[in-house]
Design a protein around this ligand. Sequence first.
Ligand SMILES: Nc1ncnc2c1ncn2[C@@H]1O[C@H](COP(=O)(O)OP(=O)(O)OP(=O)(O)O)[C@@H](O)[C@H]1O
Ligand SMILES: [Mg+2]
Length: 269
Amino acid sequence: MVSEMQSSMTTDTVFTVRNLSVYYGSLLAVRGVNLDIPKNQITAFIGPSGCGKSTVLRCFNRTNDLIPGARIEGKIEYHDQDLYSKKTDPIDIRRRIGMVFQKPNPFPKSIYNNVAYGARINGYQGNMDELVERSLKGAALWDEVKDKLKESGLSLSGGQQQRLCIARAIAVQPEVILMDEPCSALDPISTLKIEELMNDLKQNYTIVIVTHNMQQATRVSDITAFFNAEESLESSNKIGFLVEYDLTQNIFHNPQNKDTKNYVSGRFG
Ligand SMILES: Nc1ncnc2c1ncn2[C@@H]1O[C@H](COP(=O)(O)OP(=O)(O)OP(=O)(O)O)[C@@H](O)[C@H]1O
Ligand SMILES: [Mg+2]
């Protein structure tokens, strides 16, 4: 399946995940994930609650490091770099690999400063007005906010706030944007706007999105990874694992695994 997928694509690989397991303290949350994330594509993570989608997503920009007791086994390569090597600077990684969360979380600052903040911290030397405008345009928000850049980011609607967070993420010129259920707090119109935006963004960025919305996965993603969880013999917690990943059309129309088929057809989860 993977070789078929790779042969039908012409893109580079951004992340290579090999035998990744993630622990929280002594608890094994996700085991043995093998996955490649292709450049300039949208990869969707789907699967029932608790199967480890957010956990794996956070490994890509090392935000799991910020959770006490979290640790990984196995390997993630970012291009040819070992993401978890001592030589890798997690701060630099988080600049190159941005994140957008489920709940829009603008800073309590002006719209302008929400976008400029990260660039300023990184010592951006270019024209800040231009960067802010370009980022807001990139997030399809410019027309709605251009006359009120000094107003608080918190004064915007939820859908606008989420696009502001996307503008903030792209202002530091990352290569990858990780999105953890970015539309789950949004109405259908805002959701469609974000989906259209993702389609534009993938020209310049690699996107990995976690979603519980099957229609969304089919509408936006090129590749889909289905995760599931099984009972653990040692503890009451379930252990997450990757069942299969493939071109989205195959996952939804011709999955190899019966659990994938049941899940995408809404029979469980
Ligand atoms: N900060 C944490 N500390 C301890 N355990 C955690 C932490 N975050 C997640 N876990 C555990 O790891 C497992 C996977 O959780 P995770 O949040 O990655 O699942 P998910 O697939 O994103 O679920 P959902 O669809 O509900 O968001 C769960 O058993 C969860 O309890
Ligand atoms: Mg999650």
